[in-house]
Design a binder for this molecule. Structure first.
Ligand code: SF4
Length: 183
């Protein structure tokens, strides 16, 4: 069987979901026999070098660069997975969604307790190279079509493993209660 090509990225996430992929422990050896990573923080490949079978997205979209990368993943990956609450529902970064963006920026750079005394010139980050912050945090499926959702913060390693194996082998996915319960 030829290896499936897998790409992963972290958008507005904390890398906890990527850590959970590594939590499959010694099964990583089996995984490497079944898949080859393309663009991913795991191998530091920054750009797609080929079309991929599976794209795994951690985090939602909080800025213009997140949107650009998510669209690149949709273009280059046959199957796209939203991994974890941030990708599926916005997660912690989306706590700002009820607050006007101007107020968020002023709190972060001008008025917050740790910046008010130090940013005496009242400078907001304004370099042209910086991605543009969005009016709110968007879930991945609000921007592109997502094929599968794996919930959890982070999703359990067994859930990730079962999903990847099912997608690679075409077998039914195993969903025992232990790996989908949230109590
Ligand atoms: S879902 Fe949880 S672990 Fe995953 S990126 Fe968001 S906060 Fe981190």
């Amino acid at each position: 069987m030829s290896k499936s090509i897998v790409a992963t990225t972290s958008l507005a996430g904390c890398f906890g979901c990527h850590m959970s992929i590594l939590d499959i422990d010694d099964r990583i050896i089996q995984l490497i026999e079944l898949i080859e990573f393309n663009k991913s923080p795991f191998n530091d490949i920054k750009e797609f070098t080929k079309k991929c079978d599976i794209g795994i997205i951690e985090g939602g979209c909080c800025n213009s660069e997140n949107i650009h990368i998510l669209k690149q993943f949709r273009e280059n990956c046959r199957i796209l997975i939203s991994l974890g609450e941030c990708a599926i529902m916005g997660g912690l970064p989306a706590m700002r969604n009820g607050i006007p963006i101007k107020e968020c920026l002023e709190e972060a750079y001008l008025n917050g307790p740790t910046v008010a005394e130090n940013n005496t010139k009242k400078i907001m980050p304004n370099d042209d190279e910086l991605p543009i912050i969005l009016d709110r945090v968007y879930t991945c499926h609000e921007i592109v079509k997502i094929d599968y959702f794996l919930p959890g913060c982070p999703p359990r390693a067994d859930l990730i493993w079962n999903a990847l194996i099912a997608l690679i082998t075409g077998d039914d996915m195993k969903l025992p209660y232990e790996i989908v319960k949230f109590d």
